[in-house]
Each structure stands twice: as structure tokens, then as C-alpha cells.
Design a protein. Structure first.
Ligand SMILES: [Fe+2]
Length: 375
């Protein structure tokens, strides 16, 4: 195509020629790409002729060839029109085979006779946008295709909006979490490490993707209630008075109060308010016991304590990994949930590795980060 254009304009000087070609290609880049699949050459040519003015057209004469085109060009294709009756593979079979990998491509099925089974298959298996009966006149075809392209654009903008919202959500949470870590100079990076350890445990416990995201959010925000604690108490190096200790304890319900007003963070706010509860009922703020404590809070409790024990503070050095593991193990059934400790002991080596390289390991486990990168 590039050569064709170059030859057709051989009277224009080189610079103008280059500008013209780049401009033309740009125009083609802006056009949507449609794949037409039909074993009847006449039909294929009719569809191509009708649509090529407004769209980039790819063609295939059977399902296998079409699969290869989609494998190579799928991310550039906005819409597929496929004939139903073709040798080796039906239209519905072809469309259903690409449906999972390319859910956003608009799929249309074309057939010369009323085939109810194909229609049902198309709707159920291929997320069919429209069923087109042959013969069809060019004007109707153009309208149908235009509707399909509009639906495609709508899905794209919806996805972009959702991704933007997710990105905004995550970067906001990260910023709050960074601000929190910066406020408490003794526990620098604590929220991120607690999140990382919580994710290591939760992943081992085979939580669903959605739950892993919520646990990540809870980890990053688990100490958000400390925002309201005066720094002279929060950063006091020596022993706290009873009154001061009470103020510090207020960060757990305080965190709940801050987050409970945000739609979508109801569970997270409940979990973070329980991250200092203990399995035997001696924790705070409510003295919850055993399984009354939400599982994510039981996980956060272990992650929080491991980090508090092993990280260095300006006034003391962190404990060695083995000592922390031993102490945590001894608190199974009193401070910590036995089930969580069982998992912890199985994978404690992962905690040691993570502590040595928190940034890298956090990135490996982060779900929220990935969504942004994958965008
Ligand atoms: Fe805390």
C-alpha cells in the first residue's frame, strides 16, 4: 500500500511525497479495522466494497484463516462480520473461539437463511452483537456496522474510564499510605511492608482476586487512624503512659470512622478496625475473640507484628527473622489465629526474602499496581 501511494504521486517532490504518505497512513491508523470472514468470494468482495471507504478491511475465507488473522491483528480489530456456513469451521465456532481473548471486539454473524440454532449459539457462546440475514443492501449494512462501531467505542471509553478511576483510587490510597508512613518516623515504610506480608499470606490461602485487592487496600490503610494521633505520642521513643496508650489505641476505631464514609471501603474499614484484636479476646478496641475477628484482620495482625518485630527503629535494632518467627509461633492460639500461623510457618521463608527486598516483592504481589501497568 505504501508503494502504491508513492508511485501514484511521483510528480510531487520528495518532501511533499513523504508528508502525503505519512498523512494518508495516519488517516488509515485512525480508521477502525473490520475483519470480514466469508468463503464466498462474491460476498467477500461485496462487503469489502461497501465498507472499505470508512474502515480498514481485513479478510479471511474460512474460520482457520480468520483465527490466524485474529491472532496476529486481534488488538487492532474493532469488529468482525463472519459468515455462518463455511467449510471446516462455522461462524459461531470461530467467534466463540476468540470470544474469551477478545471480548471487546464486536461480533456479527451473517447467514443466508434463518438458522435459529446458529442464532442461539451466537448469542450464548460468542456474545454476538447482531445477526445479519442475507441478502443485505449496502445502506442497511453500513448502518448496522456503524452501530456496531459505536458500541465498540462506548465499551472502550467505559473501560478507559474504569481504568482511570482505578488508577486514581490506587494512587490516592498510596499517597495517603506514604503520608502516614512519613508521619511516623519510627516505622518508615511500615504500611507497605505490612501490605506485602498480608498479600503473601492471603495468596497462600488462595483468596480470590477481588479479596486480594481489598486486602491490599486494607494493608496500605490499616494505620490510617494514626493521622489523628499527636506526633509527640506517636513518635515517643520511651514507654507510653496509660493515657497515651489509650490515645494510640484509638487509631483502630479511628481508622474505621475515616473509611466507613467511603462507598466501596465498608469491608476494608471493618477489617482495619480489628487489626489489634487478639484470638483470645484480650486485644482492642472491642476484645473480639476467635472467629468473630474477620479473617483479613487476623492476617493483618500477623503481618503487622512481624514487621514491628523485625524492622529497625532509630532507638533499637530489629529482631532477627528466626527470633520473630519463634515468638509469633509461641503466640498461636493466644494473640494470633492458629490457622493463620499454620500458613505463616509454612511460608515464613517468603517473609525473610520479602524483608530483604520489599520494593521488588511488593510489586510482584500487588494487584492494584498491576491493573495500572496492564492498562
Ligand atoms: Fe496499628
Amino acid at each position: 500500500m505504501l508503494l502504491e501511494k508513492m508511485n501514484s504521486i511521483n510528480k510531487i517532490d520528495q518532501l511533499d511525497k513523504l508528508k502525503y504518505v505519512l498523512h494518508s497512513l495516519d488517516g488509515e491508523k485512525d480508521k477502525h479495522t473490520i475483519l470480514i470472514v466469508d468463503d464466498e468470494e462474491n460476498n467477500l468482495q461485496f462487503l469489502k466494497r461497501t465498507l472499505r471507504k470508512n474502515y480498514n478491511i481485513l479478510t479471511a475465507s474460512d474460520g482457520s484463516e480468520a483465527l490466524n488473522v485474529v491472532r496476529a491483528e486481534g488488538h487492532n480489530i474493532s469488529l468482525i462480520v463472519s459468515d455462518q456456513r463455511m467449510p471446516t469451521m462455522t461462524g459461531t465456532e470461530f467467534l466463540s473461539r476468540i470470544s474469551d481473548d477478545f471480548p471487546n471486539i464486536i461480533k456479527m454473524l451473517l447467514t443466508g437463511y434463518s438458522d435459529i440454532d446458529a442464532m442461539i449459539d451466537g448469542v450464548n457462546k460468542c456474545n454476538l452483537f447482531q445477526y445479519i440475514s442475507k441478502p443485505i443492501n449496502p445502506t442497511d449494512l453500513e448502518i448496522i456496522i456503524k452501530n456496531g462501531i459505536e458500541a465498540y467505542e462506548l465499551t472502550l471509553s467505559k473501560n478507559t474510564l474504569l481504568n482511570d478511576l482505578r488508577e486514581l483510587f490506587f494512587t490516592t490510597i498510596k499517597a495517603i499510605s506514604n503520608a502516614l508512613d512519613a508521619k511516623d518516623t519510627y516505622t518508615h515504610g511500615h504500611s507497605h511492608r505490612v501490605t506485602m506480608y498480608s498479600l503473601i499470606l492471603a495468596k497462600e490461602m488462595e483468596f480470590e482476586e477481588d479479596m486480594l485487592e481489598e486486602i491490599e487496600t486494607a494493608g496500605l490503610l490499616h494505620d490510617i487512624g494514626k493521622i489523628g494521633i499527636p506526633e509527640d505520642i506517636l513518635c515517643k521513643p520511651g514507654k507510653l503512659t496509660d493515657d497515651e496508650y489509650q490515645v494510640i489505641q484509638g487509631h483502630a476505631p479511628g481508622g474505621r470512622k475515616i473509611l466507613s464514609t467511603i462507598p466501596g471501603l465498608k469491608s476494608v474499614s471493618a477489617w482495619i478496625s480489628c487489626h489489634h484484636e487478639k484470638w483470645d479476646g484480650t486485644g482492642y478496641p472491642n476484645g473480639l475473640k476467635g472467629e468473630d475477628i474477620p479473617l483479613p484482620s487476623r492476617i493483618l495482625a500477623v503481618a503487622d507484628t512481624y514487621d514491628a518485630m523485625t524492622s529497625n527503629r532509630s532507638y533499637r535494632k530489629g529482631l532477627p527473622h528466626e527470633v520473630a518467627v519463634e515468638e509469633i509461633k509461641n503466640c498461636a492460639g493466644t494473640q494470633f489465629a492458629p490457622g493463620v500461623i499454620e500458613v505463616f510457618l509454612k511460608i515464613e521463608h517468603k517473609f525473610r526474602e520479602a524483608a530483604l527486598n520489599p520494593l521488588k516483592v511488593y510489586d510482584e504481589y500487588s494487584r492494584l499496581n498491576k491493573d495500572i501497568e496492564d492498562k
